[in-house]
Design a protein around this ligand. Structure first.
Ligand code: FAD
Length: 292
């Protein structure tokens, strides 16, 4: 199908983008990588009157680490995450998720910011951001506000992002000391959305967990932060019993539906197994010396 007619805008600065968003309100949609928006337009699930293409705005594709924060710009693409040596060495959960998002063609264009704004409960980045306790900077013409990932998602394809706001930056606490992470994904074939995904991020101190993050993909109406499992790990040595307990709590936090990919029980069990494996992998990586 062809999209409904729309006007196309290609601003060259962030200020111009924010002015357009302000002026167009509900009728304006940001176009980043287009890997979710264009299919939505073609299927006529969305028919905004105006597209605001941000690809000509310079300097939005950044990834940098300063002042104890990893900062990611709205045009930082999945492919760039996959290729980043910084992410590979210090943020393994991100590097591992990046190479499992969709297929290489989609990864070439799609952005992390676009994926988060789209808020597909089967999207991989939402869980990663929940595990890493990310915060999003939402800018509008009138100002800017910061929203924690855990307060950002509001249901299937729903967020607290307002029509006049741009997801302008993603902030992630920089890893310190020994840290490790993992992203485990079950898909029916390469390039598929997750049947189940689990993101794990650990910060260790003297062999004990200083902080733990666990995000779940495709097992609820939105990406889920498994907070009880995280709390059960805090301050603990990662022995097998502790890992098993956290995995059971993560499985209990999942709220999957039964469909052609599997039953509720099956998906919950995959969450349990993946959390266990993810925690062990993250622990081993922290021991191997993913150091800040
Ligand atoms: C066949 C296929 C398979 C896929 N498989 C996976 C997968 O396995 N895992 C996965 O996670 N994803 C998958 N995706 C989705 C993919 O990751 C998209 O790239 C991503 O969801 C959207 O990013 P984008 O930059 O292309 O955003 P766009 O398509 O340009 O935009 C998506 C939405 O976000 C809004 N938006 C974009 N950027 C901003 C911003 N900075 N501020 C405010 N709003 C913004 C747009 O207005 C739109 O509503 C798949 C997509 C396809 C088509």
């Amino acid at each position: 199908m062809l999209p409904a007619p729309f006007d196309y805008h290609a601003p060259e600065t962030t200020e111009e983008t924010l002015a357009l968003l302000d002026q167009l309100g509900d009728e304006g949609k940001v176009l980043a990588g287009g890997q979710s928006l264009i299919p939505m337009l073609k299927l006529r699930f969305a028919s905004p009157g105006h597209l605001i293409d941000i690809n000509r705005v310079q300097g939005l594709d950044f990834l940098d680490e300063r002042d104890a924060t990893l900062r990611i710009g709205p045009l930082f693409r999945h492919k760039a995450a996959e290729r980043s040596s910084l992410l590979a060495s210090r943020y393994p959960v991100m590097a591992e998720a990046a190479r499992q998002v969709a297929d290489p063609i989609i990864r070439n264009r799609g952005t992390i910011g676009g994926s988060l704004a789209h808020a597909d409960p089967a999207g991989d980045w939402g869980s990663v951001m929940l595990a890493m306790d990310a915060e999003f900077v939402l800018r509008s013409k009138g100002g800017s506000r910061n929203v924690k990932a855990r307060d950002f998602f509001s249901g299937p394809f729903g967020t607290t992002l307002q029509p006049n706001e741009l997801l302008a930056e993603i902030h992630i606490p920089a890893t310190r000391g020994r840290s490790g992470g993992a992203y485990m994904k079950l898909e029916r074939k390469v390039g598929d959305f997750a049947t189940v995904g689990v993101a794990v991020h650990l910060q260790m101190d003297d062999g004990k967990v200083r902080s733990a993050g666990i995000g779940l993909t495709a097992v609820g109406p939105q990406n889920i932060k498994a907070e009880k499992a995280e709390a059960a790990l805090r301050g603990q040595a990662l022995d097998d019993a502790t890992i098993k307990e956290a995995a059971a709590l993560a499985a209990a936090a999942a709220d999957p539906t039964s469909d052609q990919r599997g039953s509720v029980e099956y998906k919950r069990n995959v969450v349990r197994v993946f959390t266990e494996r993810g925690l062990k992998r993250a622990r081993d990586r922290a021991r191997e010396g993913a150091r800040g």
